[in-house]
Design a protein around this ligand. Structure first.
Ligand code: GTP
Length: 300
């Protein structure tokens, strides 16, 4: 895919159901594992470094792409975000919102589970590929590569549970442990998402439990409602920010943060200031603030 094929801001390309790059297409799903499961290039034009599964950048672009060169490195970056979680927690619903697919049209898109979109966050463009390809059932040994592939290829992960289903919350913790084991040495962004926050009366998992889990597992946390579109854009923007925080220099991130802060509401600013002030004099409070900061997807 060349840059000229891209369609500008907030563009979107829906892909057919398989997430496997053409060069790694296996036979029928569940049969042959991709030739190189551990080092799959993102696309043919991706500059690909063996052993580096963290972040992939495309660099084959023309000079008129300079407006896109956010960090001055001459590279345009795209990232895979993999959705994990039990059946029915709302992964596809979140992916559909990302893709701009209306609920009433969702059935027309059955079979599509990988979406690509150029997002403008804090004034800079990033291409996200969201993969809704996770298969939760216990896999036969020869079919396990689908799960292994998902665990290996993400540049960032969204682990979804439903706040109305405690079992899915427990599964989310297991997935986090699995990810930590498989991607041990890597500092990949992981966001724990409590979805279906609109279903207040059926709630089985308290917000505090989700937050505490995120603190223990050292990841970010947000509650969303795909039905109400609540916090869904914040989630995907947060992923982009988490990726950038790990990818770019402190100075670049500080510059971005000042843009972000300028847009923040006065109330939020005041709350942040007070939290910091109180935490300075109180260790217990400092822990509380840390727990609170797992809610802030714009900081590490
Ligand atoms: N009330 C409410 N319902 C939701 C929400 N998100 C998803 N749902 C509903 O939950 C059901 C399952 O949603 P999906 O998006 O298919 O869940 P999934 O995680 O992709 O499920 P699998 O494809 O089976 O893995 C659907 O009926 C959705 O309409 C939400 O935020 N609130």
């Amino acid at each position: 895919m060349t840059h000229t094929q891209r369609e500008g801001k907030e563009t979107l390309r829906r892909r057919a159901s398989t997430p496997i790059p053409a060069s790694h297409q296996p036979g029928p799903r569940g049969r042959d594992p991709p030739a190189d499961l551990h080092h799959p290039p993102l696309c043919q034009s991706a500059s690909y470094h063996p052993g580096d599964k963290s972040l992939h950048c495309r660099a084959n672009w023309s000079s008129d792409d300079s407006d896109n060169d956010s960090d001055g490195s001459g590279a345009e970056c795209l990232y895979r975000v993999v959705l994990l979680g039990d059946h029915g927690v709302g992964k596809s619903s979140l992916a559909n919102i990302f893709a701009g697919i209306q609920e009433k049209d969702a059935h027309d898109h059955t079979g599509e589970d990988t979406y690509e979109k150029t997002m403008t966050v804090d004034g800079e463009e990033t291409i996200l590929i969201v993969m809704d390809t996770w298969e939760n059932e216990k896999q036969e040994e020869d079919e396990k590569w689908v799960q292994d592939y998902c665990m290996q290829v993400g540049n960032a992960y969204v682990i979804v549970y439903s706040i109305t289903d405690r079992t899915s919350f427990e599964s989310a913790s297991e997935l986090r442990i699995q990810l930590r084991r498989i991607r041990q040495a890597e500092n990949i962004p992981i966001i724990l998402v409590g979805n279906k926050s609109d279903l207040v009366r059926s709630r089985e998992v308290a917000v505090e439990e989700g937050r505490a889990c995120a603190v223990v597992f050292d990841c970010k946390f947000i509650e969303t409602s795909a039905s109400l579109h609540h916090n869904v854009h914040e989630l995907f923007e947060g992923i982009v920010r988490q990726i950038r925080l790990r990818r770019d220099s402190k100075e670049t991130n500080e510059r971005r943060r000042s843009v972000y802060k300028r847009k923040e509401s006065l109330t939020k600013k005041a709350r942040r200031f007070l939290d910091r002030l109180v935490a300075k004099n109180n260790k217990k409070m400092a822990l509380k603030v840390r727990a609170k900061s797992c809610h802030d997807l714009a900081v590490l």
